[in-house]
Write a protein of this length. Structure first.
Length: 68
């Protein structure tokens, strides 16, 4: 299963690392790819729930504007 999140506010490699670290802690997540240029984060794993992924990112201070 793959989910794509649009995350506002990511501007640097520290932001990228923070978002990636928060998402890999979510149960079922196998891989996280962050693209700073497009502000898109691709999450791959099993039984991923949109709300749990959004909560993980918003919990560290970023806004998720869209989930696909």
């Amino acid at each position: 299963m793959k989910k794509i999140l649009e995350v506002k506010g990511m501007t640097c490699s520290h932001c990228e690392k923070s978002v990636k670290s928060a998402l890999v802690e979510v149960a079922g997540v196998n891989n996280v790819d962050v693209n700073l240029d497009t502000k898109l984060v691709t999450v791959e794993g099993d039984d991923l729930e949109d709300k749990v992924l959004v909560d993980a990112v918003e919990g560290i201070g970023f806004d998720v504007s869209k989930v696909e």
